[in-house]
Every structure is written in C-alpha cells, then in structure tokens.
Design a binder for this molecule. Sequence first.
Ligand SMILES: Cc1ncc(COP(=O)(O)O)c(C=O)c1O
Length: 435
Amino acid sequence: MENDLRAFWMPFTANRQFKSAPRMFVGADGMFYKTSDGRDVMDGTAGLWCCNAGHNQPKIVEAIREQAGELDYAPAFQIGHPKAFRLANRLVDMAPEGMEHAFFTNSGSESVETALKIAIAYHRARGEGQRTRLVGRERGYHGVNFGGISVGGIVNNRRHFGALLNGVDHLPDTHLPEVNAFTKGQPEHGAERADALEKIIALHGPETIAAVIVEPMAGSTGVLLPPKGYLERLRAITKKHGILLIFDEVITGFGRLGSSFAAEHFGVLPDLIVTAKGLTNGVIPMGAVLTTAAIHDAFMTGPENLIELFHGYTYSGNPMAAATGLATLEVYQEQGLFENATNLADYWQEAIHGLRGLPHVIDIRNMGLIGAIELEPIAGAPTKRAFQAFLDAYEAGLLIRTTGDIIALSPPLIINRAQIDQLFETLAGVLRALD
Ligand SMILES: Cc1ncc(COP(=O)(O)O)c(C=O)c1O
C-alpha cells in the first residue's frame, strides 16, 4: 500500500500523515461520499466548496456523456463552439445587473490572474498605464498562482515563494472576534476597516492603483464575514478614485448565500466578478471572470483583425466544461437550489449556533449555507485541535474542512433539515470528545 501511494505528491496535504493512514473516497451520491472501507460520509463541505448540486447529479452526468460523444475539444483561440457562447449568455443573465461579458478559465486561481490582468490592461487601454498597483486583504485567499498569492493574505501561501509581485498593498482583515464573536449573520462592527484603503491611496496616489480585490466573504481563511456597511464603503472609495473593485466569488458564487452571487446578496456591484467551483458543480474544472460592458468595451478599439486581449488558456470554455456548466446552471434553476439555500439559512443558523458552549468553541459564524466554528488552539500547537476534529469527524461519517483552528462548513445546496440535524449531531459528538 505504501508503495502504491508514493508517486502522487498531494496538494495542500500533510502527505506523510495521509500516506500513513489514507482516507479514500471511491464513490459518491447526492449528499454522501462512499469510502474505500465501505462507509458513507456526509459531505459537509460540498467537496471543496464546489459541488453545490450534490454528487453524481444525473443531468450533469448525462450532459458530460453526451458532450464527449459529440464534440470533445475545439481550439479556444480564433474558433468557437456554440455551448461556450450559450454558457456566457446564461452567466451574464444570472449575474448582477451590469455584468455583461464572461472570460473563461479553468480554475479559481486562473480566474484571479485573469481578473488582475484585465484590470491593469483596462487602465492601459484607456491611457492610464501608470495604474498598476493592486490592493488585496490580509487573510484573503485568491488561489495559488503568483498574482493570487501576492494579493492574498495567507502567510504560508506567500512566505515560501520569493518576492512575489511588486506594488501590492493589503487592507486589514475584518475578523474582530472581540466585538463580533457569536454574531448570527453579518457582524455589526468593523465597517471602518475599509477606510484603510484611503490611507493606501493617500500613500501611493490614486492614479497608481489599478484594482482592489477582496472576497465579499472570506471563505478559505475561516468564513470571515464582511461587517455591515464594509463592502459599501470599499465600493464608494474605489469609485471615487477610479479604482476597479474585483469580487472574488469563487466560493460565494452560485447560491452559497442564497443569491446567484454575493454581490447581489450584499447589494454591492463590483467591476469584475471572479468565479469557478460551483460553475460546473466542481465536476469538470472551469472558471469565469465576469466584467461590465465598460471594461470589455475599452479593449474593443483599434483594427478589427487584431487580438484585443493577449490572454487565454488552451482549455478556456472547452466543450466538456461548457456542457457541464450549462447542465449545472439548469439543475440549480430546475431544482430551486438557491431558494433552498435561502429557505434553510435560518434553520442552519440556529443549528450551528446550537454548538455554542461545547468544549473549546470560541466563536461561531454563519451566513446562507456556510458556517464556521472557531476552536481555542492548543497552546504551542496551533491547528492540531481542528485537524483532530477533522480526523474524528471523518471516522464518525462527516466531511468537514479545517483551516487553522477553524472548522468550515458549506454543504451541497441540496441538503435538507434532517441532514442538517445529522451533520450537527455528528459534529457535536466530535467536539465533546476532543481533548
Ligand atoms: C476565494 C477563492 N479564490 C480562488 C480560489 C482558487 O481556486 P482554485 O483552487 O480553483 O484555483 C479559491 C479556492 O478555494 C477561493 O476560495
């Protein structure tokens, strides 16, 4: 067994721990995975925040089968195929008012790089080529490529990889447990954290800054919600100074908060929206960057036979991914999954806050069908307690995700009340037994 597992260098994994005690999924259906030792494990995390329609969804499976037999691949550059256009239209139809174009990628990380490049090139196309600086946020996660880790704010994702991009600043994060702990939904305190942007702008001059990128709700660093009024302030400040606002909606897109996008949920319209994951239910890799007409149209100048944006991927909008995306969006609509997330949000909120008072629980946060339980770290051994909870939950039949000492939950949007009860009963048992 040990030899069998040696070649695969697993991503974001404690490889040696894993290979000494592997956890293998060999099947899936709806809300559950099947393990190699024949157990059902409830998916409390929609895979990696992506399988919003649940697993092995029949319509999605069928669409992939059909597409593979019809058109497997078409060149992405200078040639089209109908489904990519159809999917782009569907996406802009469901996106907040003002988003009118979609650029396809293959992952969240690629969508981030694409959005940052479009932002810088947009200013240049308008004769403001000096606007190259980027602003991200502490504890932000924007994937793993160089642009993304430069604007991102997770220390371990940055410290091992050299100098990163020049000209990047970071806003402070919005995690204020001293004043907001155990808030149900959006926290009251912290909107003024957006004002740090004014200081960054004053330091460098607004004419040097291309874009600000934030997750409207930070997922990967433990579900850090935007305080009331915070996103509105960011929007007002960026607008005032001609700076683009990019929302990284890789997690919050496609119904996680009940709306198609968090931009709609919070009523704040950015200039670009970064997506991936739920776009294809996580089944075939695909991402997309949505932009306003103003951004797109700024490139549509010059001779018509020339390429306007020197960017793209071999697999941008490829037929298999496009067919999967179309089927996924249909399933979301036909099954009313975003409405299900909205309808269950209060039940989910009460259920997760029912864990308050259990050993080591120092904060609980929630919104839509997303939640986090923050644990007191073991002195001198940060992350160990939550990782133990992850291992114990897996044994108890529940997949959770941990980041630092925070447990994050984001089930498929097909979940029902009985399954929410099952999820939190299992998790409560795990927490009670933790050292
Ligand atoms: C907000 C955000 N941006 C970007 C990414 C990167 O996506 P991918 O892993 O598909 O490259 C993630 C992944 O979790 C994410 O949560």
